[in-house]
Design a protein around this ligand. Sequence first.
Ligand code: BGC
Length: 452
Amino acid sequence: MVAAMGGLLFGYDIGISGGVTSMESFLKKFFPSVLEKQKDEAAHESEYCKFDSQLLTLFTSSLYFAALVASFFAAAVTRTFGRKPSMFIGGLVFLIGSILNGVAMNVGLLIIGRLLLGVGVGFANQSVPVYLSEMAPAKIRGALNIGFQMAATIGILAAGLINYGTAKIEGGWGWRLSLALAAIPAIMMVIGAVLLPDTAVAKRMLQRVRGTQDVDDEFQDLVDASEAAKKVEHPWRNILEKRYRPQLALCTLIPFFQQLTGINVIMFYAPVLFKTLGFGDDASLMSAVITGLVNVLATVVSIFSVDRFGRRVLLLEGGAQMIISQVAVGIMVALKFGVNGEGTLSKTDANLLVFLICVYVAAFAWSWGPSGWLVPTEICPLEIRSAGQAINVSVNMLFTFFIAQTFLSLLCHMKFGLFFFFAVFVITMTVFIHLFLPETKNVPIEEMNRVC
Ligand code: BGC
């Protein structure tokens, strides 16, 4: 649970920026031109383009760019010093970033704060999922690793609720509170890192975790594996070796596909998207809370089924469900707003739209959400694990950055077609899983080469 706190920090960031960027007082202070454009109906040719601004998306996306860069340093720190220092540094940098964001007086400070938060996320996402997969007995590795994703979804929901509350603060400084409260998960992570045992120094710990003295065989396996890993000097060169092609392919494609589901359109921009589609301020922030709640609840489903039914079943079912709901949303937006983006939603339409989006979020939350962090950490043998995870984190962050930066302008140009665009990717990835993903449930992490 303590290690999974890293997920909280990740999730809080994902959930907080969309709500903040839909708050008028925030836009007025940092992005007055966006606010003017939004108010001046004549200035934007269609509803689809209401919020289109590269500077505004930079506020959201800059964090993921920093996380991308940081994950490479984090890999070296994790390999050399262990998971704990990595989590500690991540939490600390994140703490400074959240303070800067809370007191920011201009866009520059705001973005520097976001970059520091990104460094924190890079470190946390590198170390936490690996730590969890290594700690867990094979039979419940899926469930324990999903602790990370579970915490991320709780962070997203908490951010949605906080935005809903702070938007109502008179005086227009609510967004400061929203941004500064990121300090709470950061402090939890710093304290957590100090209290955690490290996987590198492990026999006593292993006995404590397993609740038995009889851990010699398993311990020996770990020692052998780690000796072998120490002999290997170049994890980066190794992962490029031919025998690790499957791992390299999976560590690259899984995060790519995870982001190309389009999930972060909802996670980052739900309030903005709902406002674009004509929802009021309150309704927009409330919708983010609803999707956030569905996200948390559906993640619980994956915790209970991932070690029973396996990763493949969840990914295939989740993929199919996402395709259906995305196509339905695309058709609905097309019918209501057409190509020129003029139209309104009735109350029934709006409810149906929120429902369809919830069906989509639920599917992601029990499939690609958790598996995107679970599978890459468990399929890599120790000698390439930190390199594999660095690739996973950086590819994930690269495409998170890409979606965060381009979504508002993609929506403006591709209109309802954007939903079909993502559906095509989900079809591709579902076929990919069907053809290429080995089932890893219940396979001890040291014996993964049996299946990969
Ligand atoms: C993804 C995030 C996403 C979140 C939603 C995570 O697994 O990496 O990009 O926002 O799930 O719950």
